[in-house]
Write a protein that binds this ligand. Structure first.
Ligand code: AMP
Length: 285
């Protein structure tokens, strides 16, 4: 497995692979790799001849400095996990290689970034679109894979790649969950043992919403009320928002007719978790 830390070295390798006729996939991550990231790698290995994982904790997308400082960075474990998973190259640039002191160019997302997570995390999506553009520029892939766990992020990246003619195929991968249902996340390791137990309420609430939909409920207010009442049963949880939106436009819906998704964010102590569930015909998330 190759390890690159500068965009030029990364790009040269990727160009060589593509010139050799190989299809190149990239999986952008912030490290602290877990089963969710490995599912993206697995999906990449199925679709491409060469798989690059990028590992970079992007300061630009953190709106809270405490969250950035406490973000886990187990780089040696991450490199071993990539090696074991069959990754061909890791791109782990330094902060200085990504953002020089002269850095001044940003990618500004549009209205998809103005709702849900956007107003609650000022600058977050601008940080994401900027870093993803840079990572695509350094890795020059045929395709890039992102998790549906970050549903709004995936929609914004799809829009950006279309709007800016980046010519990269974007693949969305379903959410991977822990055995109890909690969505796998690098932030889960920061939960206290009691909060880790209580955090299962998020996926339970989404599953209750999915069941209500399956049983014929089409009122977004009723679906949201189901989520709120379930989360209230867990005193350790503090719900920041729940929304039912159109799965493509992310506009709120009142009646659930076209494909819709329930999204939420909640706090356990100082750890913020997000989760979502596409309302479909299987009744679970
Ligand atoms: P992160 O390292 O949190 O920036 O995540 C890197 C990529 O992994 C993003 O595309 C995430 O959506 C995806 N991801 C994170 N957690 C999960 C999960 N539980 N299931 C599927 N994809 C995930």
């Amino acid at each position: 497995m190759r390890l690159f830390t500068t965009p030029d070295a990364m790009r040269a390798w990727s160009h060589d692979q593509r010139r050799g006729g190989h299809r190149v996939a990239v999986v952008p991550t912030m490290g602290a790799l877990h089963a969710g990231h490995l599912a993206l790698v697995e999906a990449a290995l199925q679709r491409a001849d060469r798989v690059i994982v990028t590992i970079f904790v992007n300061s630009l997308q953190f709106n809270l400095s405490n969250d950035f400082d406490s973000y886990p960075r187990p780089i040696d474990d991450d490199l071993s996990a990539c090696e074991r998973a069959g990754v061909d190259a890791v791109y782990a640039p330094t902060a200085a290689a990504m953002y020089s002191s002269e850095f001044q160019t940003y990618v500004e997302p549009g209205e998809l970034a103005d709702r849900l997570e956007g107003p609650l995390r000022p600058g977050h999506f601008r940080g994401v679109t900027t870093v993803v553009t840079k990572l695509l520029g350094a890795t020059t892939p045929d395709l890039a894979l992102f998790g549906q766990k970050d549903f709004q992020q995936l929609a914004i990246i799809r829009r950006m790649v279309t709007d800016l003619d980046l010519g990269v195929e974007i693949v969305g991968v379903p959410i991977i969950r822990e055995p109890d249902g909690l969505a796998s996340s690098s932030r889960n390791v920061r939960l206290s043992p009691d909060d880790r137990v209580g955090a299962v309420v998020l996926s339970q609430a989404l599953t209750a919403a999915a069941s209500a939909f399956l049983e014929g409920e089409r009122s977004a207010d009723s679906v949201m009320a189901t989520v709120v009442s379930l989360i209230k049963t867990e005193p350790r949880a503090s719900l920041e928002y729940v929304a039912v939106v159109d799965a493509t436009t992310l506009q709120p819906v009142t009646r659930i007719e076209s494909p819709a998704v329930v999204l939420l964010a909640g706090w356990f102590g100082d750890v913020r978790l997000i989760d979502n569930c596409v309302l479909g015909d299987n009744g679970h998330c």
